[in-house]
Design a protein around this ligand. Structure first.
Ligand SMILES: [Mg+2]
Length: 180
């Protein structure tokens, strides 16, 4: 069985767009900017034997305010720059549109699907994210979690296993921690 690091996208891989103190995803390829240290962190995790799987909610697509083609173009740019193995995207617009999808974080559906398709042992895997939904999702999937604290105005629900200030620090924690 393989092990993986599941990566939230916005705020972990790329710089979030901040408006009124709240983080928003980039709305164009031009706005998509990979954060410093991310390529090195990805290389370090790959060298330690982890698959890298991005798991991202993109609810603006479901709400009709962002084109799916834009998200796909952003992901093409991201895949060209980083050694990613797989990308999971949930386009569900959220609770305003009825029952949320089993794939929308905090539900663990994206991680469970990727684990099934790629043969990943979730107990040997990690979820890294900057929002409560990421931590709850990782915990629900049975992964260990690292919370990237960007100072968002938000209260966590599940308690993360570790905290870090960026993906580089998270990669250091993950590669230094082994579960017997
Ligand atoms: Mg995020």
């Amino acid at each position: 069985m393989k092990k993986a690091v599941f990566l939230d996208r916005d705020g972990v891989i790329n710089r979030p767009i901040i408006r009124d103190g709240k983080p928003f995803p980039p709305t164009s390829v031009e706005e998509f900017e990979i954060l410093p240290g991310v390529p090195e962190a990805c290389a370090k995790l790959k060298a330690a034997g982890f698959l890298l799987v991005v798991a991202t909610n993109q609810p603006d697509v479901g709400r009709g305010t962002l084109a799916r083609e834009t998200v796909e173009a952003i992901h093409a740019k991201m895949c060209a720059a980083l050694p990613l193995d797989h990308i999971e995207v949930c386009y569900d617009g959220g609770s305003a549109h009825g029952q949320p999808s089993e794939f929308r974080k905090p539900a663990p559906g994206m991680l469970l699907r990727a684990a099934r398709e790629l043969g990943i042992n979730l107990a040997q895997s990690w979820m890294v994210g900057d929002r409560w939904r990421d931590i709850d999702c990782g915990a629900a999937a049975g992964c260990r979690t690292v919370f990237i604290d960007l100072g968002h105005d938000e209260t966590l629900r599940a308690t993360p296993d570790y905290r870090a200030k960026n993906l580089g620090e998270a990669a250091d924690i993950i590669t230094a921690t082994t579960r017997p």
